[in-house]
Write a protein that binds this ligand. Structure first.
Ligand SMILES: Cc1ncc(COP(=O)(O)O)c(C=O)c1O
Length: 400
């Protein structure tokens, strides 16, 4: 038993809180912060957030909201302006036709996802999840009492998942399939054809699909795609979206779900008993983000592509590292297993821990994402920082 688990058992906390672990990515951020507080210069490849500042017109809208005293409670699921703006943006960009009643705004995409899983998954239900998965999927499903059925993506196929692979895991107990394209941590992008096939299959078998599209605009294949645009299959689909990555707004906490009205009303009911509305000021900023100029999104995407190419070339030039080429999000996911057995390193956690403590480069070990042979390298930073970090990694790995 870990000390934390022992304390929890002693305090007789609930079964459900003991079923989950703290977020692995948050743990890295905390450890890197501790080193920084000691004055150590850490190169941060751990953070899952854009390095860009929030665009000025979005900040201005928040300031104006404060000045005009838009500081009271709003409707639980967001103002009508905001819900209309979310539906409008999605409709324009992905050819969907969601109505206001099919939109709920939440305190970040994670909040929308958490609520959606609580609303859709019961004890004993099976939830199909692709490995590597974003850390929170597994724990949120467990919190709801569901069982994760894991689908290993093939690294030799750049971690791409097909509808056929998912279909093989469907059983009579399957309640939900979670898609995440582009993926955190692998950056893999499913083809629109495969996504459509999954949604069609789910529709036919009465299975729910949650499509986590928090990185939907950070897709580098040239084909932006949301399953929300598949108008004929909407009744079994929940889209989870977020402004965090798209508009460099991670700290503002604004996400949303697009779903059938009955699901949205259940999501609002749950939200009404916990957080209530997302911050009123942030809602005004979000309307400005969604209805204002979109060039900032395209500019950031172009820069991420440049950074992606830079980091993948750098990682591939380090002896022993294998790295697939991510097609979206802002993470590279190199395979570091060639270093296992060297200087006592047995796992990705060992390697990431020593990389942080000895070379002062923060990365996230793959165990939290379900693959123990990898580390996640966030390339949402400057080329200069990438070069500094890559050089430190190269030296450290060569010293093993
Ligand atoms: C796959 C995925 N989904 C959802 C989120 C949640 O983002 P937020 O709560 O900031 O909207 C993240 C954040 O890292 C993510 O990587």
């Amino acid at each position: 038993m870990t000390p934390v688990t022992e304390v929890m058992t002693a305090l007789k906390l609930t079964d459900r809180i003991n079923r989950i672990e703290p977020s692995a990515t948050m743990a890295v951020v905390a450890e890197a912060d501790k080193l920084r507080q000691q004055g150590i210069d850490v190169v941060d490849f751990g953070a899952g957030e854009p390095h860009f500042a929030t665009p000025q017109h979005i900040k201005d809208a928040a300031i104006a909201a404060i000045q005009s005293n838009f500081t009271k409670y709003t409707a639980v699921g967001g103002t009508t302006d905001l819900r209309d703006a979310i539906a409008m943006r999605h409709g324009q960009d992905f050819d969907s036709n969601y109505r206001r009643e099919e939109v709920v705004a939440s305190v970040g995409g994670k909040h929308a996802l958490f609520n959606a899983i609580q609303v859709l998954v019961d004890h004993g239900d099976e939830v199909i999840l692709t490995v590597p998965y974003w850390v929170s999927f597994k724990d949120i499903v467990r919190y709801a009492g569901g069982n994760c059925v894991l689908l290993e993506a093939d690294e030799n196929q750049s971690f791409r998942v097909t509808a056929e692979m998912i279909e093989r895991l469907v059983t009579p107990r399957t309640k939900l399939i979670i898609l995440n394209s582009p993926s955190n941590p692998s950056g893999a992008v499913m083809s629109p054809e495969d996504m459509e096939a999954v949604v069609r299959l789910a529709h036919e078998r009465g299975i729910w699909v949650i499509s986590d599209e928090c990185y939907v605009y950070l897709n580098y294949t040239g084909r932006l795609f949301s399953v929300g645009g598949l108008r004929d299959f909407r009744e079994r689909t929940v889209i989870v979206g977020s402004l965090s990555k798209t508009y460099a707004m991670t700290g503002w906490r604004l996400g949303y779900a697009l779903a059938p009205a009955s699901v949205v009303s259940a999501l609002q009911k749950l939200q009404s008993q916990s957080t209530s509305n997302p911050t009123s000021i942030v809602q005004k900023a979000a309307v400005a983000a969604l209805t204002g100029p979109q060039q900032c999104v395209a500019d950031m995407r172009a820069e991420y592509i440049r950074l992606r190419d830079h980091v993948v070339n750098g990682l591939r030039s380090i002896p022993g590292l294998r790295c697939t080429r991510p097609e979206g999000a802002f993470y590279a996911y190199p395979n570091i297993s060639a270093y296992f057995g060297k200087d006592g390193i047995k796992s990705a956690s060992d390697l990431a821990g020593r990389l942080l403590r000895e070379a002062h480069v923060a990365t996230v070990p793959g165990e939290g994402f379900g693959t123990p042979d990898h580390i996640r390298v966030s390339y949402a930073t400057s080329v200069k920082e990438l070069d500094r970090g890559l050089e430190r990694m190269r030296k450290f790995l060569a010293s093993l």
